[in-house]
Design a protein around this ligand. Structure first.
Ligand code: ADP
Ligand code: ZN
Ligand code: ZN
Length: 730
């Protein structure tokens, strides 16, 4: 018998091994981890299958697998099928694809056990016993255990400055105490769960539609304006799934995994909730994964990579903010967690609910085509009113550090009413770059085709693409003049300008730099809720997922950046961004207003968005895409190549183009062309875009190109990657 093993290396085939001694076919299950010798290393691979008739390789040259690590496998046959599909669809090596479903410790071969914390606990007998006269330390342990419902964690005992083991052993030998493993439920036993809200009519009909579909596959798109009560619908659906004994998976953008959201779930459900966020260490990640895989945690909340987590009793997948581009992994295994989640739900035979205030055009198109059922929440829940939009034409205005007079007046009025203001600018740092006022020299990165960003707090110039940093020069490197000025506006500069304009008004800047320290974002959010800050300045970090009941004025300082971009998705992104930011305003009883500063007040996208809302915008945007045969009315794949010289990157892609031409395929090829950022960290980047109305011919061609690519001499000089359904064309 020969084992076929997928090894996590960038090779597209599996490897043959002889089974470990004494392996019978009953021990084998597809998807099980297998420890195998690979070159000079030992690696953890995954069992793809086995063959009675042997291998193309002579038996004498076959190596023997060292061990089958899982019996049974940790993945169900359906989970395995989803991974096979993902490997085929994204043309990504199977071993690496499967590995991405496992936490790092399991990929390294750790046993699938949770290493639960151990506690020293009283036994029933110990509870009843008369302690009588015992050694002092035994008495101390007995008293301590009587006070602690779930015993004393060994970690606490180990921290004592005396040896607890001898007295504990005496108690254990008498049968009064024992060491037990305690599952970390995080729940205190007396906790009650908070009751559900009474759903309004729109919420109730969305809930009913999904609840009626539990037990089989169905896909739903829940389009609900911000504050319309989507999360409440999720909560009640999760509750319905739990009542049926199932498990629910809630996927969110990492940025949306806010303490507020988690707290809402913890208050509602007195059950263990497995939360996957980037702050977990590896043992915690393993424990969370196993608690879902084993069925102990009925609820999983996580970001993109949690989509592959096996569930013992799958019941429902919910993916919130489904339009968010962070669901697409942008490196390595470039999968879309949204699309994988839909495939997974189909395979598992459970419903999937995609939610957003601003659904992606892809999902709206799926809804129009009848593949998803379209559910709508048009009104805000509770008392909150929709915000009022106002375009401020800044062409003829003298701006004070990016602030127009009407905006300054509106801020003053809002502060006078003792309400909060949120100013949005999607550029961190002090200014996007510095310019020489004498000769026009602009600070650029030596290794990238990009400007260096001024960070004034530390007087540094930084490249946001390669991480290069240097002190801000005192004189112009080109002409020697000393008149170097910041050019443009970033969050830091805006913060300083506001401090001058509104002295004494506490302001808070929230961006990646100001929240680098762990816990600082939570502290700042708390300051906002306690109204210790009245002006909030933020990047998109502030635009998503947070509720700010006292914010009644929201302003976007520069909406124009997204209006004239070469990326065909820029309009969609801009519309989504505007509505997400606007959604922060006036969520409580006071209505909110939104000011958009623009130099293009007649721009059709802006006007349509303001007059007709997102649905009107989306309808127009979809017909434009259809007319131009762009996604979702066609399908794309992007080959990227990079090398130390531009010709090497280009010639690999030219070769691929030539091979494609030989096949006679009718897939459209665009390029090779320089990437939007043609040079990054000293490497030249080119790309080749493939496009077709139908998926099948595109994927046939991709398969053909990938069969050939590793044999091409050009790959020695250039690194390449393939992105199926690319979201960012660079
Ligand atoms: P979304 O997820 O669509 O932004 P949420 O579920 O967070 O909306 O709801 C917005 C606000 O409205 C929350 O404060 C929530 O408690 C409240 N809310 C939601 N549903 C109801 C309801 N049926 N009755 C009263 N208040 C509700
Ligand atoms: Zn100069
Ligand atoms: Zn750089």
């Amino acid at each position: 018998m020969i084992l076929k093993v997928a090894v996590p290396v960038p090779l597209r085939h599996s490897f043959d091994y002889l089974p470990p001694e004494n392996t019978s076919p009953e021990d084998l299950q597809v998807g099980a981890r297998v420890l195998v010798p690979f070159g000079r290393r030992q690696v953890v691979g995954f069992l793809v299958g086995w063959d009675e008739d042997g291998s193309d390789i002579p038996r004498a040259r076959l190596k023997t697998a060292l061990a089958v690590l899982d019996r049974p496998a940790l993945l169900s046959p359906d989970d395995w099928e989803v991974l096979l599909w993902a490997s085929r669809y994204y043309h990504h090596p199977l071993g690496e694809t499967v590995a991405s479903a496992f936490p790092v410790l399991l990929r390294q071969g750790r046993p699938a056990s949770r290493d639960l914390p151990q506690h020293l606990c009283l036994t029933e007998e110990g509870r009843r016993a008369e302690a009588g006269k015992r050694a002092a330390r035994q008495t101390l342990l007995l008293d301590w255990m009587r006070q602690q419902e779930s015993g004393i964690p060994l970690a606490e005992l180990n921290a004592l400055d005396w040896d607890w083991r001898a007295p504990a052993r005496a108690l254990i030998q008498r049968g009064w105490a024992s060491i037990v493993e305690v599952a970390p439920t995080g729940e205190s036993p007396e906790r009650t769960s908070e009751p559900a809200l009474h759903l309004n009519a729109e919420q109730a009909s969305a809930f009913d539609a999904v609840a009626a579909a539990l037990g089989s596959y169905a896909a739903f798109l829940l389009e609900g304006v911000t504050g319309s009560g989507k999360t409440e619908v999720y909560l009640q659906l999760v509750s319905a799934v739990l009542e049926r004994g199932g498990q629910a998976m809630l996927l969110l953008p990492e940025i949306g995994l806010t303490p507020q959201l988690l707290e809402r779930f913890r208050r509602r459900f007195a059950v263990p909730i497995a939360v996957f966020h980037s702050g977990l260490n590896e043992p915690e990640r393993l424990r969370a994964w196993l608690s879902v895989q084993s069925g102990e945690s009925p609820i999983l909340i996580g970001a993109r990579s949690a989509v592959f987590t096996p569930m013992a009793r799958p019941g429902l997948i919910i993916l919130d903010e489904e339009h968010d581009t962070s669901f697409k992994q942008q490196e390595g295994f470039r999968f879309s967690a949204r699309d994988v989640a839909v495939m997974r739900a189909r395979r598992l035979g459970i419903p999937i609910l995609l939610g957003s205030a601003t659904p992606s055009l892809e999902s709206l198109n799926n809804a129009h085509a009848g593949r998803y059922r379209h559910l709508r929440l048009l009104r805000r829940a509770g008392e909150a009113q929709p915000p009022v939009f106002r375009l401020v034409d800044i062409r003829a205005q003298k701006l004070k550090e990016g602030l127009s007079r009407p905006l300054i007046d509106a801020i003053e009025d809002t502060l006078a009413r003792d309400e909060q203001v949120l100013l949005f600018i999607n550029r961190r740092g002090f200014a996007p770059t510095v310019i020489c006022h004498a000769c026009g020299w602009v600070a650029g990165c030596r290794r990238c085709d990009a400007r260096l960003v001024l960070h004034a707090g530390d007087e540094k110039l930084c490249c946001h693409h390669c991480g290069h940093e240097q002190p801000r020069p005192r004189a112009c490197p080109a002409c020697g003049a000393s008149d170097l000025r910041p050019l443009g506006l970033g969050t830091e500069r805006l913060e300083r300008a506001l401090a001058q304009q509104f002295p004494g008004v506490p302001a808070l800047r929230i961006d990646r730099d100001s929240t680098r320290r762990k816990g600082s974002l939570e502290d700042m959010l708390e300051d906002i809720h306690q109204r210790r800050a009245n002006i909030l300045i933020g990047t998109q970090m502030l635009a998503k997922g947070h509720h700010f009941p006292h914010v009644t004025l929201v302003a976007i300082l520069d909406v124009d950046a997204g209006l004239y971009s070469s990326d065909f998705r820029a309009g969609e992104r801009t519309a989504q961004m505007i509505l997400q930011v606007a959604g922060r305003a006036g969520r409580a009883e006071r209505p909110g207003s939104v000011i958009l500063q623009t130099r293009h007040p007649q721009h059709p996208l802006l006007l349509r968005l303001i007059r007709q809302g997102y649905p009107g915008f989306a309808e127009a945007a979809l017909s434009e895409r259809q007319a131009a045969a762009l996604p979702p009315f066609s399908h794309q794949a992007l080959f990227r190549a990079e090398a130390t010289g531009e010709p090497a990157a280009r010639s690999l892609l030219e070769r691929l183009r030539a091979i494609a031409a030989e096949t006679g395929s009718d897939v459209t090829l665009l390029g090779p062309a320089p990437a939007p950022l043609p040079r990054k960290a000293g490497r030249h980047r080119c790309q080749l875009l493939l496009q077709h109305d139908a998926r099948a011919p595109l994927h046939r061609l991709l398969g053909h190109l990938l069969d050939r690519i590793d044999t091409l001499p050009e790959t020695k000089q250039a690194r390449w990657s393939l992105d199926v359904d690319p979201l960012d064309l660079y």
